[in-house]
Design a protein around this ligand. Structure first.
Ligand code: GLU
Length: 475
């Protein structure tokens, strides 16, 4: 058995979104599971589409998500170079072999001539195929013309590791360009040469490549190569599930998620679950569990839905599992500016209170600012509260006065505060939904907060009482 070698082969044409990362992740998982190698290769033969900085960005995305690769453009390896534009000599060598075997020819036509063929086919209601126009005496290939593959049309039945058995007829096989007139190979040619030279055993890629596969199989045969195991991954669909996820439906740069405070391990879990499950109801998988349990035959064939709320939920689930100290270290850059005046001890207490509800780190200011600064009084919080708007100001004022009186000699421990709050329920004859909402609003000016006694204990006596006074003066 050959050692398993998989690769991620992005073109440096932009940022990496969840779909790209999923391809990388599945390839990484297959390699790690088998104790094999995972390789990064840049496919940069389309110079017009290249985006400045994209290479660094791709590398950073893989690193930040923990998808470490064993060989790649920046770290080298036994099959270097790992960048297609540095491998032109290889493509020339393989192209020569095809020419010598009579399986490649110089394309003598101008774009206008090709357009003419295309239109003629259209007019005759025939599919357009280059191979119907093979030149009888092609010129010798001098590099100024495209070099075209001379296909041998035939039917294929093949097994895709995800899509299962697929059958196609000879009509889908055509003469495609191997090397363009600018001297660069096409993706169609280059990836086959590279995968062969780099001894890649499994190719994972998006289903958009499915329709080209019969042509690739034809080329593998012409080159005398055995095709690797092919696994075509279903599209990632938008949230509604009715079209391919695009930038407009939130196909965000994965690094943006990291910047917004999503945990790499939650991202990986979420991305793995887009199109894959282990056949049980389990949703949370550690990295090691994914490596152990992943299998291509559990990848679904239909499109996987991108559900950002599920990502939020999952990230929250990971946050809840973190030890407080670990979480504290990770949120360093996300505190509201007002937190700068407080020591680690206080911040940690605050963090401990909101850990349960934190879904991603950029929510931190919204959930915690009132612990560090007095928010402006917001009359809407009472006026818009279903329970409280039924009462008039004097009644609310009364309850707040009672609260104040009761808190004056509290030691502000959670236990003592809890007892006093419960006693106040009895004294006022109100439900928690009424009385505690009122006290919560008065002491936080926020629409939501952690448990009331916990919150007041962290805020402390002076701040709590001062805020109740402020609310009283505005009722
Ligand atoms: N360079 C191709 C892309 O970015 C890779 C396809 C493949 O993995 O073979 O889509």
């Amino acid at each position: 058995m050959k050692p398993v070698r998989t690769r991620f082969a992005p073109s440096p044409t932009g940022f990496l979104h969840v779909g790209g990362i999923r391809t990388a992740l599945f390839a990484w998982l297959v390699a790690r599971q088998a104790g094999g190698q995972f390789i990064l290769r840049f496919e940069d033969t389309d110079k017009k589409r290249e985006v400045e900085g994209a290479r660094e960005h791709l590398i950073k995305s893989l690193r930040d998500l923990g998808l470490e690769y064993d060989e790649g453009p920046d770290i080298g390896g036994p099959y270097a170079p790992y960048t297609q534009s540095e491998r032109l000599e290889s493509y020339q060598r393989w192209a020569q072999r095809l020419i010598e075997a009579g399986r490649a020819y110089a394309d003598p036509y101008t774009p206008e001539q090709v357009q003419g063929f295309r239109e003629a086919a259209q007019a005759a209601k025939q599919p357009f195929l280059y191979r119907n126009h093979r030149p009888e005496n092609p010129p010798a290939w001098d590099g100024s013309q495209p070099l075209r593959f001379k296909a041998e049309p035939k039917a294929y039945t093949r097994t895709d590791a995800v899509m299962g058995e697929l059958t196609t007829g000879p009509e889908v096989i055509d003469d495609f360009v191997l090397i363009k007139s600018d001297g660069y190979p096409t993706y169609n040619f280059a990836h086959i040469v590279d995968d062969a030279e780099m001894e890649i055993t499994h190719v994972m890629r998006g289903q958009e490549f499915l329709s080209s596969t019969p042509n690739y199989l034809n080329l593998y045969e012409a080159l005398g190569l055995e095709a690797p195991i092919l696994a075509h991954l279903p599209h990632i669909m938008n949230e509604a599930g009715n079209k391919k996820l695009g930038k407009r439906d939130g196909a965000k740069d994965v690094l943006d998620y990291i910047r917004d405070g999503y945990l790499p391990e939650a991202m990986i879990n979420f991305i793995a679950s887009m199109g894959w499950n282990d056949g049980t109801e389990q949703e949370i998988f550690t990295r090691d569990e994914l490596i152990a349990k992943f299998s291509l035959d559990h990848v679904q064939r239909s499109g996987a839905r991108f559900d950002e709320r599920r990502l939020e939920w999952m990230n929250g689930a990971y946050i809840r599992e973190l030890a407080l100290d670990d979480l504290f270290d990770r949120v360093t850059d996300f505190w509201p500016p007002e937190a700068a005046d407080y020591d680690d001890d206080y911040r940690k207490k605050v963090l401990g209170l909101i850990q349960e509800r934190l879904k991603f780190f950029t929510e931190l200011p919204q959930l915690t600012t009132f612990f560090f600064a007095d928010l402006p009084l917001n009359p809407e919080l009472i006026a818009g509260n279903k329970q409280l708007k039924k009462f008039d100001a004097s009644e609310l004022g009364n309850w707040l006065e009672q609260t104040k009186a009761s808190l004056l000699d509290s030691d502000f421990s959670v236990g003592d505060l809890t007892d006093r709050l419960n006693a106040l329920l009895e004294a006022t004859g109100q439900k928690p939904g009424v009385l505690f909402s009122l006290i919560r609003i008065a002491t936080t000016q926020a629409p939501a907060s952690p448990g009331l006694a916990d919150t007041m204990a962290v805020l402390g006596r002076d701040r709590t009482l001062a805020r109740i006074d402020a609310q009283l003066s505005k009722l």
